[in-house]
Design a protein around this ligand. Structure first.
Ligand code: ACM
Length: 497
């Protein structure tokens, strides 16, 4: 099982779930039961709550001949049900299931270590249609991850409909072509790309995630990474009159910080708060060039404070990248610490709650090996073992960790799956399991888990290397050494020291 439960006692005996049994469902668990019935194709389970258990914890027992799942909350029951799915033969994960459902006789008692077990999906660089986002939610829920940080806007595309500002999606959601491979090669594909989510689409994503105990934390990146919005409404820029960015990399065309532009940002956040119930709302704040501004970094700190105050007036809190700490971030802002491992330490010293997502450990767009067929190798080498060995800083301010999937070089969910798996399996062990982990022991469990991913049709990276269709000879990369990247990060984070 992945992530490995905290305590498992198993016998060699198998029981067979009775496909004709009626489920026994405790109060408040009707939705989870309906979901589980759909996943198993039968109701051979008993679900109940026991508030004495840890909130996300559960006990799963099959000794009575049925699956008894008791959770500290609905989430705990849901995780017990996910464990049950992993106890069944992989074929039970297919949409057409085998006639018999054998499970080992077990008693499992389990609970996660971290409350924030996150994944960022960048739907701005490449738009992912709703069914693909829902499938991705199913896959992360299968690994007991519970936050989807949805990166909705960037220089290369605006993906969320905002009432009153139609050009954000009629103009900002489309680009005439995209770069092929790393920007150092300056190649383009000549193919239009775009798409956006309507409010109904986003409500569906939020509700589907909630059924799977996942909070969708939305992000509208500001005041940088805003070229798509400025292309749609040039009055929010600083004289820029071009279109949505087709090159990768960071645009210098950022928002101006006039009162009307701040009003626009507040309207966007108001709509985001209407659609997303998450207490934390992402405003990005990363990589904002100041070339177009009369002042410098302190303007961004003022901007961030304004947005934090607005979110607070709506009972929400600001979630931003570690750049927001330059010049001092609002005290209750939660920091996503990404520029190497130092910013998390800086955030902790400043008293901020932190989500650790250091690029050199948890950026899943970085290459998985130095195999010549690895698609568009960028960033530093980040193997399965590297992800498995990551350990967030030990501090009560660390909410957990997050693996980030930036999609410049992933134009479809199929490619996302290749980059995400099996590294997300290792990540699940980091955030769910104990601090002491053994890669050899994890590796011994992994082949059985890959059989589950096969049954689910996941295009994971085989341990032996890329499959022929995963190669991207048309989209060359730009691999970096860890040494160079660490030196660059040290320079980039100088303003935090
Ligand atoms: C980031 O990777 N720009 C947060």
């Amino acid at each position: 099982m992945i992530p490995l439960p905290a305590s498992v006692s198993a016998s060699d005996r198998l029981i067979t779930l009775d496909r004709t049994a009626a489920p026994v469902v405790g109060e408040g668990l009707e939705e989870t039961a309906a979901w589980l019935r759909g996943e198993l194709g039968c109701g051979a389970f008993r679900l109940r709550l026991d508030p004495a258990l840890p909130p996300e914890g559960y006990v799963l027992s099959t000794v009575t001949g049925t699956a008894d799942i008791t959770g500290g909350s609905v989430a705990g029951v849901f995780y017990g049900a996910q464990t049950l799915r992993q106890l069944l033969p992989p074929a039970a994960l297919r949409r057409v299931r085998p006639d018999t459902l054998p499970v080992p006789q077990v008693e499992i008692s389990d609970a996660p270590r971290f409350a924030w077990r996150g994944v960022l999906l960048d739907v701005a660089r490449h738009f992912m249609p709703v069914p693909d986002v829902l499938r991705f939610l199913d896959l992360i829920a299968f690994h007991k991850l519970n936050v989807l940080h949805l990166h909705l806007t960037d220089d290369q595309g605006w993906r969320i409909e905002i009432p009153g500002w139609p050009r954000l999606t009629s103009v900002g959601a489309w680009r005439p072509e995209s770069m092929l491979g790393s920007r150092i090669h300056e190649r383009y594909d000549g193919r239009p790309h775009g798409g956006y989510y309507t409010t109904d689409d986003l409500r569906e994503i939020v509700a589907y995630a909630a059924q799977r105990q996942i909070t969708v934390v939305p992000e509208v990146d500001m005041p940088g990474h805003m070229q798509a919005a400025v292309a749609a409404y040039p009055q929010w820029g600083n004289g820029f009159a071009g279109g949505v960015r087709t090159a990768w990399g960071i645009s210098s065309h950022v928002l101006n910080l006039e009162p009307a532009t701040l009003d626009f940002c507040r309207q966007v956040l108001d709509h985001v708060c209407d659609v997303f119930p998450s207490e934390l709302i992402g405003i990005g704040g990363d990589e904002c060039p100041t070339d177009e501004w009369p002042g410098g970094r302190e303007l961004q700190a003022r901007f961030t404070a304004e947005m934090a105050a607005h979110l607070a007036s709506r009972g929400r809190r600001l979630y931003g990248w570690d750049e927001i700490m330059a010049g001092g971030a609002p005290a209750d802002a939660v920091v996503a610490a990404w520029r190497g491992t130092e910013p998390a330490e800086v955030a902790i010293r400043a008293g901020h709650q932190v989500v650790a997502c250091p690029d050199v450990k948890l950026y899943l767009d970085y290459r998985q090996s130095d195999h010549p067929d690895e698609p568009t190798p960028v960033g530093t080498l980040l193997t399965l073992a590297d992800v498995h060995s990551y350990e967030p800083p030990a501090s009560p301010l660390v909410l957990g960790a997050q693996a980030n999937i930036w999609t410049e070089h992933m134009e479809s969910l199929r490619r996302v799956e290749y980059m995400a798996f099996p590294r997300l399996c290792a990540f699940a062990e980091v955030v769910w399991g104990p601090a002491e982990r053994d890669f050899a022991e994890f590796s011994a469990r992994l082949p059985q888990h890959l059989a589950r991913l096969d049954a689910l049709g996941v295009n994971y990276r085989p341990l032996s290397g890329p499959r022929p269709w995963d190669a991207r000879p048309d989209a060359p990369g730009n691999p970096r050494t860890l040494e160079d990247r660490l030196a660059e990060l040290h320079e980039m984070t100088a303003d935090l020291r």
